[in-house]
Write a protein that binds this ligand. Sequence first.
Ligand SMILES: Cc1cc2nc3c(=O)[nH]c(=O)nc-3n(C[C@H](O)[C@H](O)[C@H](O)COP(=O)(O)OP(=O)(O)OC[C@H]3O[C@@H](n4cnc5c(N)ncnc54)[C@H](O)[C@@H]3O)c2cc1C
Length: 375
Amino acid sequence: MDCIIVGAGPSGASAAYHLAKKGHSVLILEKASLPRSKTCGGGVSPAITQWLDLDFNQVIDNTITQVEFTWQMGDRVTAELNHEAPMWMVKRDKFDNFLREKAQEQGAKVQDKTEVQNVKLEGNNWQITTNQGIFNSRYLIAADGVNSQVAKMLGFKLNKPSLGGNLEINAPIPEAKKHTAYFDFGTLKNGYIWTFTKSDGYTINGGFFKGNGNSKELETKLKEYAKNLGFDLNQSQYQEYNLGVWQGNQNLHTKGALLVGEAARLADPISGEGIRPGIFSGVQAAEAIDQALAGNDKALAEYTDIINEKLGKDLVLASRLGGLFYQFTKIAYKAGVKRPAFATIMSKVLTGELGYSDITEAAINRLKKSLIPGN
Ligand SMILES: Cc1cc2nc3c(=O)[nH]c(=O)nc-3n(C[C@H](O)[C@H](O)[C@H](O)COP(=O)(O)OP(=O)(O)OC[C@H]3O[C@@H](n4cnc5c(N)ncnc54)[C@H](O)[C@@H]3O)c2cc1C
């Protein structure tokens, strides 16, 4: 086998799709029984189509064209997003399954209910021990998500993850609000609450992006928030999951192996968006392994450079902006989020038309000005 990928999430499936498309033998090992779901808001930027030439229509459950912001559930602003469909809503079981099937159509093999328990480099080949026996491959990709054991087995030290959680609520959505996403600041300290509308209800998500998140506080705040909106909690399901947000550039390769997605801590440190950077890293990992198989012995090191250059450059700014935003959330809400231009900027960030490098300086200056008394 040319490459074994551990994990059938969006990062692993994207890497498998491209490796198989280039004619390489590739096997995904996945511990869950597929299709599996994942605690997630399911907001996906259509920007992913620049890296995956696929028709996603069958897995787009809803689209978001309007956003509503609140400060502690009050001081409401609503804005139209200026693009046709700046954000897709997906159900993770269907979306992830679709990507995995597309990889299989290209020739990738997938084995589920197979948990990787150990990895060992024997000469130039990986020996991968699982609960279903031993597998061998030339290259290895750790796409096993935020709680990656494979990254640890490879000797990487992962940053402590943040905490996220959500409430899935089965409830009819009024026609006028079917395409609205809600963002609430101030209710959850050091983080925010984002609510996405799906075809059959709402996903109310919360995450901490600064400091240490407390599980009890997260659940209590999300439930209070849902109750205040009039939702019946008996129709809801609460789930928690770690969130692997970017905290600094790091080495993402070792001899014969790469880290991708949340195993590489690539989620956005302001918003928690992890699917788009995960897919990007999967695609880049496939490119690097393709080149390594062709004899380029610097290709894996170049993967680290590309991710740090293409994502890290933007994420370092996101991290700076997020640090200030979550420290001075109330002022940031009044000075930034409530501005009429904010929704336009946000829709461009979501579609990938703008990066943090285009907006951070102005946003930090505006925030600093607002911190001066009298402004
Ligand atoms: C509450 C919450 C809301 C979120 N909302 C959004 C959102 O709206 N939009 C967005 O873009 N991102 C969101 N995210 C982040 C997003 O869910 C992740 O960034 C994304 O799933 C990461 O993809 P991945 O492919 O790296 O890993 P995952 O999707 O986590 O996939 C990893 C896979 O590896 C498998 N695995 C793990 N260990 C092993 C092993 N030892 N052997 C074999 N298989 C293994 C797992 O079973 C899993 O299937 C949210 C996260 C949280 C917690």
